[in-house]
Design a protein around this ligand. Structure first.
Ligand code: SF4
Ligand code: F3S
Ligand code: FES
Length: 233
């Protein structure tokens, strides 16, 4: 079948503002959007720029807005969209470097700000840290994050206030705050208690809907809020 792809293009070195470029081509219902973008780039317009790496929903590098929703291009099939007219834009709220490529530095700065690494006992155990299945279950969902930014860049609070750490950083903080083996949860909670932290969230749910890993992000943010209010999840 024939499909029309409207792709937002922008090269800050020569374009005054973003514009839409249109490409009409033969596609299969089972083609992934990433495959079609490759076809456009390799056969129609080599100047089209986008990030991708694994092509299997693992690296998180091909987040983009497809028909108005943040998704990973490698995880969406043509037939998932139910239309042959497809719009593709860069994710919102981060500076566009070129076409579908955004500057991820502000996103990763927020990630770093929540200390997303394990901090154990001053004197580690002689063998390994022990964690029960029940304890692991509490952080199981948040360990699945691939840092794709689909959530943070779909959040209306982040769009209007880039200072908000955003849902991805909160998910990453949750992964360690609620890890029974970690000892720096209180420090991370203090970071999330600041004006840039969890209280900015207005439970818009866009983040949860956008997450390609089906992480219950809004619920996770709620757990962090409850930990701050009552000292418990
Ligand atoms: Fe992506 Fe989900 Fe992680 Fe957000 S929580 S960065 S949407 S994987
Ligand atoms: Fe934003 Fe998600 Fe909260 S979209 S407002 S972080 S529920
Ligand atoms: Fe790696 Fe899509 S290319 S997640």
């Amino acid at each position: 079948m024939q499909a029309t792809f409207k792709i937002q293009r922008y090269n800050p070195e020569k374009d005054k503002k973003p514009y839409w470029a249109e490409y009409t081509l033969e596609v299969d219902a089972k083609d992934r959007i990433l495959d079609i973008l490759h076809k456009i780039k390799w056969e129609m317009d080599g100047s089209l720029s986008f990030r991708r790496s694994c092509a299997h929903g693992i690296c998180g590098s091909d987040a983009m807005m497809i028909n108005g929703k943040n998704r990973l291009a490698c995880k969406v099939l043509m037939m998932d969209l139910g239309t042959t007219t497809v719009t593709v834009e860069a994710i919102r709220g981060l500076p566009v470097e070129k076409d579908l490529i955004v500057d991820m530095k502000p996103f990763f700065d927020s990630y770093e700000a929540v200390m997303p690494y394990f901090i154990g006992d001053a004197v580690p155990p002689a063998t390994e840290y022990i964690q029960s299945h029940a304890e692991e279950k509490i952080i199981d969902a948040s360990t699945k994050c691939i840092l794709c930014a689909c959530c943070t860049t779909s959040c209306p609070i982040f769009w209007v206030n880039g200072q908000y750490l955003g849902p991805a950083a909160i998910v990453q903080a949750h992964r360690f705050i609620f890890d029974s083996r970690d000892r720096a949860g209180a420090q991370r909670l203090e970071i999330l208690n600041q004006t840039t932290g969890v209280w900015r969230c207005r439970t818009a749910y866009n983040c949860t809907e956008a997450c390609p890993r089906d992480i219950p992000i809004t619920e996770i943010i709620g757990q962090v809020k409850r930990a701050l209010m009552y000292g418990t999840a």
